[in-house]
Design a protein around this ligand. Structure first.
Ligand code: MG
Length: 453
């Protein structure tokens, strides 16, 4: 834990991220490398990979230098998707993995995410240990004959491909359009789908850190080209990844982007058993899982929290509505490439994606954000947590694991949580009818605004 409460946090909900040249510099990367090596007591091996950003080789050199200076050996993978770093860390029995990526952030940003040897991201406690080492500059000192070495391990990529393909049973060839946004999935995702027997058309699959074709965030605004190409070519499916390909999003056979929640519910239903998701996931998850005799457990937003709960509850599958899916029978690192293969497997059984999604229930949803200065968020959230329940007469359950999530007797729900990075308090609300949704919003908003004033 932090020895000094004043130490500023470097890690956010998904690793360290920020603009290159200000927050993310070679000096900073060198210190992160030294801190990881020190945390590992200067012993063992660390896998390092990076996405397609322009600053990656510069930062890789710095991180590797820091790791070796403090005693750890480096296994270098080059430009690979994040899931391959998680996979290689676990299968090569390395002691940690480092991915240099800013995921879906824009081109000027970069970042660093650290993985354990079971493929699970570093916990908040582990991240705080690294922050403490950087803050105190208490790095492991090595003599000339204790310094680390660096080797390359590209052959792991073939094992990754083989193992992924062994996990799916694809019944017929589908026509699939893949849009990797010029990110880290650009080579591997189309290759895997072709090896799985699909006819593959590619869009933005030339690695390029300026992301010329689209912004690396795979959302409806950025996937218009993919939607058009799926429609024009009569493809069965469109697949999109974010910048480091740990996420997957889909476009159905009619050229429409799939609802993130419905897609997650569809695949969860297919997996069965106990499913872990986050507090912001929609009601269709619960309804789909109860249909197949399964159950849903909700946790904090962030893939590491989902991964921890999967282990705790021996769950079959876990995912966030953002398209971050975890396949525990493979690896504890979210994998957008395996997610794409799993979706292809499901559609290859016969029914079109648009038909499958139309069978998933959908209710009126509202997402709003209220401006709130960062320094007042904590105190305002505390007041909301203490008194929000008293606003309504039909509360079934109150969950405060991440913000406040209230479930009502008719299954409608509201979630109020502070944004992790921006000066907002976010309201997410799903009601069984339009009228009900508006009613809950009105009461809740009046209450929150009163507290804020
Ligand atoms: Mg990502």
């Amino acid at each position: 834990m932090h020895k000094n409460e004043e130490i500023p946090r470097l890690f956010g909900t998904s690793g360290i991220r920020g603009p290159v040249g200000s927050k993310i510099t070679t000096n900073f990367a060198l210190n992160v490398g030294k801190a990881i090596s020190t945390y590992l007591k200067g012993k063992g091996k660390v896998v390092v990979g990076y996405d397609t950003r322009t600053s990656n080789q510069m930062l890789e050199n710095a991180i590797c230098a820091g790791l070796m200076e403090c005693g750890c050996d480096v296994i270098s993978l080059g430009m690979v998707p994040t899931p391959l770093v998680g996979y290689a860390t676990s299968r090569l029995h390395a002691d940690a993995g480092v991915m240099i990526t800013a995921s879906h952030n824009p081109s000027p940003d970069n970042g660093i995410k650290v993985w354990n040897n079971d493929g699970m991201a570093y916990s908040t406690e582990q991240e705080m240990e690294l922050e403490n080492i950087i803050h105190t500059e208490n790095y492991n000192k090595c003599e000339w004959d204790e310094l680390g070495k660096k080797e390359e391990a590209y052959e792991i990529i073939n094992l990754y491909i083989e193992e992924l393909l062994s996990l799916v049973d694809i019944k017929k060839s589908l026509k699939v359009v893949v849009d990797c946004g010029s990110g880290a999935g650009s080579y591997l995702s189309p290759l895997l789908l072709r090896k799985a027997g699909c006819e593959v058309l590619t869009l933005n699959c030339q690695p390029d850190g300026s992301f010329p074709g689209r912004n690396p965030e795979p959302n409806a605004d950025n996937l218009k080209d993919l939607m058009d190409v799926v429609k024009i070519t009569g493809a069965d499916l469109g697949i999109a990844h974010d910048g480091d390909a740990d996420r997957m999003m889909a476009v159905d056979d009619t050229g429409k982007i799939a609802s993130f929640d419905k897609l997650l519910a569809l695949i969860s239903k297919e997996m069965g058993g106990t499913i872990i998701t986050t507090v912001d996931a929609a009601l269709c998850m619960d309804e789909c899982m109860s249909e197949v005799g399964g159950s849903v457990i909700r946790t904090k937003v962030g893939d590491v929290h989902v991964a921890q709960e999967i282990v705790k509850h021996k769950a079959t599958f876990g995912g966030e509505p953002s398209g971050t899916w975890l396949h525990p029978n493979f690896c504890m690192c979210p994998d957008g490439l395996l997610s794409a293969l799993k979706l292809v497997e499901l559609i290859s059984q016969g029914q079109k994606l648009s038909e499958l999604l139309s069978e998933i229930p959908e209710y009126p949803t509202i997402r709003e954000k209220l401006t709130c200065p960062n320094e007042s968020k904590e105190i305002i959230m505390k007041s909301i947590e203490d008194a929000l329940e008293s606003c309504y007469s039909d509360v079934l359950d109150v969950n405060t694991i991440d913000g406040v999530r209230i479930t009502f007797k008719d299954d409608s729900w509201i979630l109020i949580r502070p944004s992790g990075t921006e000066p907002y308090i976010r309201i997410t609300l799903e009601g069984k009818t339009e009228k009900r949704t508006e009613e809950i919003l009105k009461v809740s908003k009046e209450f929150i605004l009163e507290i804020m004033n």
